[in-house]
Write a protein that binds this ligand. Sequence first.
Ligand code: AKG
Ligand code: FE2
Length: 226
Amino acid sequence: MLLTIPDVFSPEQVATIRQKLDSAEWTDGRVTAGHQSALAKNNMQIPEGHPVAKEVGEWILQSLGQNPLFVSAALPMKVFPPLFNRYAGGQSFGTHVDNAIRHLKGTTHRVRSDLSATLFFSSPEEYDGGELIIEDTYGIHSVKLPAGHMVLYPSSSLHKVLPVTRGARVSSFFWMQSMVRDDGARTLLFDLDNVAQSVGAADVNAPNAVKLTGIYHNLLRRWAEV
Ligand SMILES: O=C(O)CCC(=O)C(=O)O
Ligand SMILES: [Fe+2]
């Protein structure tokens, strides 16, 4: 499932975050890429573990943790600390699939990337190009969102970022391991959660609402790893 999560941050919050990001030191983005993607990648990043990355990363995780749409769609178990990238002057990222396993630097912790996310911190008017192109079983999707909005997509998808030919595209990107590994199963649960909630909107204790909620939890019990 490819899903937009709107308004992770308000325009005021985006402005504060941009000030912090713009004043950080940026280095070659190839440091966090795998062998194939390093050859395709041409952008800048804030180094992993940089204080600004840690601070803004925490804000992102806090905001997402309170976002019902994100929680229902991702069923997150572990989120890799958010990273930050910037493309300008024709920079791009060619077609690749994200590494399956991410090691947390300096620890023995690992995160399996089930879902990938890009959270935009530049508004679309600030730059030309820079679309995130995602291929899934239903075709090719071009994603360019307002600042503060995020796209969530299966890490198994081929994707690329088109060259930024004017201005700069600043965003956060990160990966997460879901309690439900399979994208198809996770999508069914997300759809079921939405239906159960709309059926229960008038009366959460109506027999059909209780039944649907029960089915949701019983499927989650079958499919979730915790
Ligand atoms: O910049 C983006 O939107 C995606 C970045 C990306 O695909 C990656 O770093 O693996
Ligand atoms: Fe990627």
